[in-house]
Ligand binder design. Sequence first.
Ligand SMILES: [Zn+2]
Ligand SMILES: [Zn+2]
Length: 336
Amino acid sequence: MSRPSSGIAVMPTRRYVNEAGRGWPVHVFPAPGELLSSWLHRLALANGVPPQYFGRVLRLTGTAWSGQLDRNLPGHVLDLLVEQAGIPAGVIAGLALGPDPLARLRLRLMIKPPKSIASGLQPTRMQYCPACLTEDHAPYFRRSWTLATRVSCFRHGRRLRDRCPSCGSGIVPSRQDRLLPQHVCVRCDGDLRKRTVRAEHDVQKFEGLLDDLLRLHVAGHRMPGQTTLPALLGATCFTVGTEPKSIAQLSLRDRQRLFRQLAEGSMPLHMRPDSLATPIWSRIARVAPTHMGLTKSLTTKIMARTVAGRDTRPARAELIDLMQTIGRLHSDRRAS
Ligand SMILES: [Zn+2]
Ligand SMILES: [Zn+2]
């Protein structure tokens, strides 16, 4: 300490690192089902850095830095996050999408948009449920919203949205250059949480069966042979305009239209009949109306066989849980 003749004392402050330790000052724990990029944006905001600049903190370049990490999280970035964010490696890695058995069905990120940047439109296909964002304490984006097979929210029964309701731009929270939460549009500051209409009942049934089948696939109940259900569904070609596209390349609006047509039992006009998986889409649509009834009756039978005293409250029937329980009951029977 020095005391100059003016009488003003100059005190050297303690080094910041001694105050804050090695990690970033604010720790943010991931929310249930949260996508890695969403957690990174919230982590950045909590520590006073707008998401657009947080990529540089992680030594990454480009404005789509967080979307790329969702698909591919390099080891050196994971190590840095573990060290600085105070969250175990397994938890952080679990937020990313890769390695991903459903990769063929994830919405494609358009990293290099054509003319959309110049026109002010955003290139992303990020979709979300406004009602979920409204309920969140700190709005966050879910991993399940990255699937092209999802067009509505199972929790709220409402359609998803992929554009700002005020200005029509895509959803790109990684471009936020101010300290604003993720429900604020990056382009116009509008509120993204404007409610959407209810999803059609038949479309939800179709979507629910698709979701169950994909869960079975992820859990290891796969079709015999090399071709997987996600690969077949993801390889189907749809002709929109003049271009053939996979479901992962279709807009939310086109997928909503496609699912509605399938649920109504008609062959979608733009589904190519020569595609290998065309009959599979149609078969799933045919079974979907009775699927929930079948799941319910299976649940009732399985519940009746559970041991007295156990919690037998009827939860939402998950096909994968039922399959596992049936397998267990069969092995019990063989053992007895
Ligand atoms: Zn929702
Ligand atoms: Zn907007």
